[in-house]
Write a protein that binds this ligand. Structure first.
Ligand code: 5GP
Length: 212
């Protein structure tokens, strides 16, 4: 964990009664389809709030319009880190990516779509978070999806290589693994995981998010 990631000075907003939102963390290698799956999941599940990350990476075509990220320069990102504004952050292929301390609407649970380093940090703060590993159906489909985004060949090659270790690390912390072979089926499986988790675990106070 980057040492400054611990300097999260805010806590997740507590609701009356001391309840905290549940946290669902979607991880997986590049090309697994996390972004699409996360968008579909929140569209069908209004009590799930998708966090919007900050990044220092330049926008890909269409990303600005979609509001995929808050795009900032490195100095702005580092300043936010110093101010404790992130729940977690990590360096991913030379760019900084971070989750602002979530502020979901009342009654909503939080969905994060982040890398495995970030998921490990979230679990350190919120051991009750539910980590779900999304896998591509095959390495061929994964490489095709990555190339279709318009990233250059070298970036695609690095992401496929990194993806192998992300899967290995991800398996150690994931409570569930979902294969994204068919989008609608994968989203339905995730929705069932969210419902099952809600049914099994009532919301609770989590004092470990308090500032030390
Ligand atoms: P991409 O460049 O494909 O948008 O994202 C690269 C990786 O960073 C993906 O694995 C994505 O899930 C992850 N990522 C996106 N936002 C965050 C974040 O806020 N924190 C962390 N740790 N990873 C993130």
């Amino acid at each position: 964990m980057p040492s400054s990631a611990k300097r999260c000075s805010k806590r997740l907003r507590a609701e009356p009664g001391g309840n905290e939102p549940r946290i669902f963390v979607l991880i997986g290698p590049g090309g697994a389809g996390k972004g699409t799956v996360a968008d579909r999941l929140v569209a069908r599940e209004p009590r799930l709030w998708l966090s919007r990350s900050w990044t220092t990476r330049p926008p890909r075509p269409g990303e600005l319009e979609r509001g995929a990220y808050v795009f900032v320069d490195r100095a702005t990102f580092e300043e936010a880190v110093a101010q404790g504004r992130f729940l977690e952050w990590a360096e991913f292929l030379d760019n900084l990516m971070g989750t602002p301390v979530p502020e979901p609407p009342p009654g909503a649970d939080v969905l994060l779509e982040i890398d495995v380093q970030g998921a490990e940090q979230v679990l350190a703060r919120r051991p009750d978070a539910t980590v779900i590993l999304l896998l591509p159906p095959s390495p061929e489909v994964q490489a095709e999806r990555l190339a279709a985004r318009g990233d250059d060949e070298e970036h695609v090659r690095r992401r496929v290589a990194l993806g192998r270790s992300e899967i290995e690390r991800g398996r150690k912390i994931a409570a569930h693994t979902v294969v994204n072979d068919d989008l609608e089926r994968a989203v339905a499986e995730l929705a069932a995981i969210v419902e099952g988790t809600r049914a099994a675990a009532p919301r609770a106070a989590h004092p470990n998010l308090e500032e030390p």
